[in-house]
Write a protein that binds this ligand. Structure first.
Ligand code: HEC
Ligand code: HEC
Ligand code: HEC
Ligand code: HEC
Ligand code: HEC
Length: 395
């Protein structure tokens, strides 16, 4: 009995020693840990069955493995890093958010997804439940502090588990936790992702509605098989990839200025778009990859349909918000080894449609989807939280 007690004391002592050490965060944390410090999600699954199944369906468990990530990382970012050493740390850094364990283990670039290594766990349970805070003043560029071990940091106090110790953490319930991966500054000093910063400026921050309320809503259930019935935070992290989450975000109202029109008369229409649902701008996140567009058609009494281009408003940079046939994204030619790459269609939606977006420009002034190669940002024509945009059309 006595011996066991002493051993436990020693364990506590070593834990405390570890705690008092400076734990590197952000780029400095690369290669400071090993995979074996983190348990596999399948270990957690044995008790946290529902949460595991939700996480498994979410983008979090696919952040390293799904096709577009694999293409952008290996074909563009890693190649760009080889051709221009300035971008090598950025290419390594992709993993700081997309497969944090691999980054912390210094396993970069990680094995390809088809090799089925632990990098495929992407943003796993242990990563999030080992984060205790962040370094600096602003959460961004994976500057989270990770302390993997027996203690799992969660939202609720005083819980008992046969497998681990639990500790209530105020940090995991706040938005700065999410911001460590959802805000990103690139080598040119440009904010290429700013979801948490947008939230902070908007109405939901004032009302105290954090990311978790919308992306991890509480539902009745058990957080572990042996836990009592209660309200449990869902782990689906629905976002732009889930049609249900995107549906109804924008409430659209159309107001013709006149109800009935004489033959050959002109119809003037106003369309109001109210962002009723997002806690940040819409679109947010990987803004370089995302557009929202408004397609308006009119049908006459004979049933003939006409496509209406949006009326110009005349603000600076508006040309990027009206769909055109222009080519863009020429800088993909650099990593692809095609110096004269002509680019690909900029918009891919019907010409004349209004596009709600913020264009990212490379050092040559062409639009880019390579966020790390963004030197300037264009006009921010996205719809802010609870903002209404009005577009007009004439027919
Ligand atoms: C042998 C079963 C078991 C295993 C395995 C297990 N847990 Fe738990 N865990 C529990 C129980 C039981 C609770 C307490 C739940 C309650 O009372 O609501 C708990 C609580 C937690 C909490 C605190 C939740 C809160 O509301 O604050 C976190 C975080 C957590 N577990 C994470 C993990 C992670 C990550 C893993 C995998 C590395 C894991 N658990 C593996 C049984 C387990
Ligand atoms: C992207 C980060 C992230 C990942 C990945 C993640 N969690 Fe969580 N988890 C959270 C946050 C944040 C909360 C607290 C939400 C809140 O504010 O209520 C939470 C809550 C929990 C809780 C407590 C639920 C409750 O309301 O009682 C448990 C248990 C848990 N997580 C286990 C897991 C397990 C097991 C996995 C992997 C299958 C996992 N988590 C993956 C961020 C994460
Ligand atoms: C360790 C880094 C990390 C943390 C912490 C983190 N995320 Fe993420 N999250 C990611 C990555 C990487 C993706 C992108 C997955 C992919 O490749 O599409 C993502 C995707 C998402 C998506 C899905 C977006 C879509 O387009 O469908 C949502 C929603 C989301 N996160 C919300 C949150 C919230 C809310 C929190 C805080 C509770 C959080 N995340 C914390 C890294 C993180
Ligand atoms: C009031 C509810 C609400 C809050 C608060 C909220 N979101 Fe969202 N979020 C949404 C909705 C609805 C969508 C789906 C529309 C979309 O894709 O933007 C979304 C989409 C996203 C996406 C997908 C990005 C995109 O537009 O392509 C990410 C990532 C995300 N949220 C992260 C966060 C993070 C991180 C926070 C906290 C800083 C947060 N959200 C706060 C409602 C919310
Ligand atoms: C600071 C954290 C962070 C870093 C660093 C980062 N990402 Fe991401 N990435 C995210 C988050 C969060 C999302 C999800 C945003 C959204 O859904 O709009 C995302 C989304 C993406 C997507 C879109 C996935 C989809 O399905 O739409 C791709 C592709 C991507 N990242 C590739 C990269 C590459 C390549 C790098 C390195 C050059 C990189 N990321 C660096 C956090 C990061």
């Amino acid at each position: 009995m006595k011996i066991i007690k002493t051993i436990t004391m020693l364990c506590f002592l070593s834990v405390n020693l570890l705690h008092s050490q400076h734990i590197p965060a952000g780029e400095e944390a690369k290669g400071t840990k090993i995979y074996e410090q983190f348990e596999k999600p399948e270990v957690c699954q044995s008790c946290h069955i529902d949460i595991y199944q939700q996480w498994k369906q979410s983008m979090m468990s696919q952040a390293y493995t799904h096709t577009w990530d694999e293409i952008e990382y290996f074909k563009l970012a890693v190649e760009h890093g080889k051709r221009d050493p300035k971008f090598k740390p950025v290419a390594d850094g992709c993993n700081g958010c997309h497969t944090p364990m691999a980054f912390l283990a210094g396993d970069v670039p990680p094995p390809r997804p088809e090799e089925n290594s632990r990098a495929n766990e992407s943003v796993n349970c242990e990563i999030c439940h080992s984060i205790t805070g962040f370094e600096g003043d602003i959460p961004f560029n994976f500057n989270y502090i990770s302390k993997p071990g027996k203690i799992k940091y969660g939202p609720k106090p005083g819980l008992v588990s046969p497998h681990h110790t639990t500790q209530a953490s105020e940090f995991i319930r706040g938005t700065e936790f999410c911001g460590t991966c959802h805000n990103e500054k690139n080598p040119f000093g440009i904010w290429v992702k700013s979801t948490q910063l947008e939230w902070k400026e908007g109405p939901y921050a004032k009302e105290g509605v954090p990311c978790q309320r919308c992306h991890m809503p509480q539902a009745p259930g058990r957080s572990a098989v042996m836990a009592p019935q209660g309200m449990v935070a869902q782990h689906l992290f629905h976002g732009a990839h889930d049609p249900g989450k995107v549906a109804g975000v924008v409430e659209i109202r159309m107001h013709p200025l006149e109800r009935e029109i004489e033959i050959d008369g002109v119809v003037a229409l106003k369309v109001q778009l109210f962002n009723a649902k997002t806690g940040h701008k819409f679109p947010t996140g990987s803004v370089e990859d995302r557009i929202l567009w408004l397609h308006v058609t009119a049908t006459d009494a004979q049933g003939k349909t006409y496509h209406l281009p949006v009326d110009k408003k005349g603000f600076a940079g508006e040309e990027y918000t009206i769909a055109a046939k222009t080519l863009a994204y020429q800088d993909m030619g650099i990593p692809l080894g095609l110096p004269d790459f002509a680019g690909v269609p900029r918009d891919g939606v019907p010409q004349g449609d209004r596009i709600f977006r913020m264009p990212y420009f490379d050092p040559d002034g062409n639009m880019t989807i390579m966020q790390w190669n963004t030197k300037t940002l264009g006009v921010d024509y996205r719809i802010g939280p609870r903002e209404t945009k009005i577009e007009s059309y004439t027919f």
